[in-house]
Design a protein around this ligand. Structure first.
Ligand code: DQA
Length: 152
């Protein structure tokens, strides 16, 4: 079974309490449950994590190099600032999907640039927490396609 990492950046631990008019009322625990459920329906084991620390996120990306065949990442504010997270993701040889709960393009100009988008297989933004479910489903399709290619 493929394992994927779903990595969440700073302040997402406060999901549900934090600016609910932007990020909604669901908690990160709700999102975790939804990802694990859709993952298991699609044949993926989901490891779900969140940190407020850039270094911890980088460590998880390094760990994923050995332990995972896909990364779904919402780097939160680090999206717009972190060359270090980009560099770590560049060492990962499998698909990466970037997720944002809000439509970052409708918000302040500093949120319009992402260091991650240029190396992601796809970017999902503005679909609320449902974006994570879309990302896990898409990841399952990408990994299934890779497996089929390998067999042919
Ligand atoms: C976010 C958007 C970022 O700009 C912001 O810093 C976040 C969350 C989102 O999911 O919409 O913390 O990544």
């Amino acid at each position: 079974m493929n394992t994927i990492y779903v990595i969440n950046g700073p302040n997402l631990n406060l999901l549900g309490k934090r600016q609910p008019h932007i990020y909604g009322h669901e908690t990160l625990e709700d999102v975790k449950e939804a990802c694990i459920k859709v993952g298991s329906e699609s044949g993926l084991a989901v490891k779900f994590m969140q940190s407020n620390s850039e270094s911890q996120i980088i460590e998880w990306i390094h760990e994923a190099r050995e332990a995972a065949t896909g990364i779904v990442i919402n780097p939160a504010a680090f999206t717009h600032t972190s060359v270090a997270i980009l560099d770590a993701l560049n060492t990962f040889d499998h698909p990466i999907i970037e997720v944002h709960i809000s439509n970052v393009h409708k918000r302040e100009p500093f949120r319009h640039h992402s260091y991650v988008s240029g190396i992601a297989s796809g970017v999902i933004a503005g679909f609320g927490t449902q974006g994570y479910v879309f990302a896990v489903q898409r990841m399952a399709q990408l990994l299934a396609a890779t497996a089929t290619e390998r067999m042919s």
